[in-house]
Design a binder for this molecule. Sequence first.
Ligand code: ZN
Length: 353
Amino acid sequence: MIEFKGAYFDGKISRAYPVSVVFDGRRLHIRGVDGDYPALDIAPEDCAITPPLGNTMRYIKLPGGAQCETADTEAVSALEHLTGRNAGMRLVHFMEKRWKTAAAALAGLVLCVWVFVTYGIPFVAQKIAYSVPPELTEQMSRQAIKMLDRRFLKPSELDREKSRELQGEFRRLYREIDGDFDYRLEFRKSPYIGPNAFALPSGLIIMTDELVKLAADNRELQAILVHEIAHVKKRHALRSIIQNSGVFLLVSALAGDVTSITSTAASLPTLLAQSGYSRKFETEADRAAAVYMIRKGWGTRPLQAILLRITRNMAGYPGESLLSSHPLTDQRVRYLRDIEASMPAPQGSGGIK
Ligand SMILES: [Zn+2]
């Protein structure tokens, strides 16, 4: 039973009659406290309870233009509960009354979205990237290189001897670092992207003739190759395009439809030839290359030297690239020096973890 006091207006004159209101579970009984006017028994379906707003008075509209007002907001809330009225507005009222709760809930929501975007999406993208079957990776890579060949690359004019020599060094490198994966090295000439190298997710690494010519020695090229092998090993290309693909693709891939990844394949050439990887992925690949070279006893100087030279020589080429698009080359060089300073003296294997 709900009971509260209030004022009754009959809708004809503006007089307020003090009343007591009782709801017995079936009907509202409104009785005047100073006499017998009014004396009403009304079904709750025939009343309208005005939605609560802030801590104001509550009004119950009665048939025939009469109404009851009360300051007992709790009793009216209880009445709404029992009669199932104003459920949506009650939430608004709850939020208004508890704006701190509302603000905290909003902050919580923003935090959830931030955590999801910063950690959730990359985490899910990584899981998906490692579950993409090799045939699919191969197919995407083939399409990408076809497109890159058409737009940015020309057949290599490197002499056979140099090419054979680098192929031999490349084989030794990847067998040591990631022997179970099928890596390949191919050369291209590119007046567009200039001295450059990039890796397709299938393990095909492309190095331009311009880069071979720019290198002071093969060790600099090996440093670049280890960096590219790290991009492949850590699935950076797939992870990048999956991360950038949006939630729809993530959901469908998580639901088991990994082939939906192919819908993003079109962005692969752009990623490789123009936009480049995120700073985080570049740092990961730099670190892998640095650790390998330091353990080999080569130090990071060859990689520093070639990065600086690439940056200096990019001016004449219209294409941006993952190796050279960094105005951040100085930062990368500093990072390589820092790793070298923090690592113990060389020895042991040069694997990428
Ligand atoms: Zn890179």
